[in-house]
Design a protein. Structure first.
Length: 179
C-alpha cells in the first residue's frame, strides 16, 4: 500500500534543482553597522500541482559599513513549502505559465563574525517568509521573490533573558530545471 502511494505521488509531480542570487539587506538594527550583501541559494525540490517542497542551502556575508576587516557570515540549511496563490495557465504550447506564490521555511543557521584575527561562531534556528513571482516554460522555471529571513534570539535584558526577533529581507532571482 505504501509503495502504491509513493508511486502515485512521484507520477503526479516533478523534481527540480536550481539556484538563486540576490541582495540581502540588513535589518533589526544591523543596518547601522552592516552593508548590503549578495546572497546565494542552492536547492532541490519536489512540486505537485500548486505545492512545492524544497531543501535549500544559502550563504551570505555582510561586511562592515565602516572601513575595517569585520564580516558576518551566514550559512543556512532549510526545509520549506511554497504554495501557488495564483497561476495563469497558458494554452498548451503557446506561452509560459506564470503566477504568484507564498512560502514558509524552517532551518538552522551557522553564523560567524570575524574581526581581524578574532573569530566568533554560533548557530541559531531561523525561518523564512517568502512572497514571489514565477514563470514556467518547458523545463525551466524562473522566479523573483522577496524573502524575509527571521532569527529568534535570546539576549540578556537587565540580567533576565529576553527574546528578540532579527530579520534580514532579501530580493532574490533564480532559475530551476524541472525533471
Amino acid at each position: 500500500m505504501l509503495s502504491l502511494f509513493i508511486v502515485t505521488v512521484l507520477s503526479v509531480g516533478a523534481f527540480e534543482a536550481g539556484g538563486r542570487v540576490g541582495v540581502l539587506f540588513p535589518g533589526s538594527g544591523l543596518e547601522n553597522s552592516h552593508g548590503t550583501a549578495a546572497v546565494f541559494d542552492l536547492g532541490i525540490g519536489y512540486r505537485t500541482n500548486r505545492s512545492h517542497f524544497a531543501l535549500a542551502y544559502g550563504y551570505s556575508g555582510l561586511g562592515a559599513r565602516q572601513a575595517g576587516p569585520y564580516r558576518l557570515e551566514l550559512n543556512e540549511l532549510s526545509l520549506g513549502y511554497l504554495h501557488e496563490l495564483f497561476r495563469r495557465e497558458a494554452p498548451s504550447g503557446m506561452a509560459s505559465n506564470w503566477g504568484f506564490e507564498l512560502g514558509a521555511a524552517a532551518g538552522y543557521s551557522l553564523l560567524s563574525r570575524t574581526l581581524g584575527s578574532a573569530r566568533e561562531t554560533g548557530g541559531a534556528p531561523a525561518g523564512h517568509l517568502t512572497l514571489g513571482f514565477f514563470q514556467r516554460q518547458g523545463h525551466s522555471r524562473l522566479a523573483l521573490s522577496l524573502d524575509n529571513l527571521l532569527f529568534l534570539e535570546s539576549q540578556p535584558a537587565g540580567g533576565a533573558g529576553a527574546l528578540s526577533l532579527t530579520y534580514l529581507p532579501a530580493l532574490k532571482g533564480g532559475i530551476a530545471y524541472v525533471f
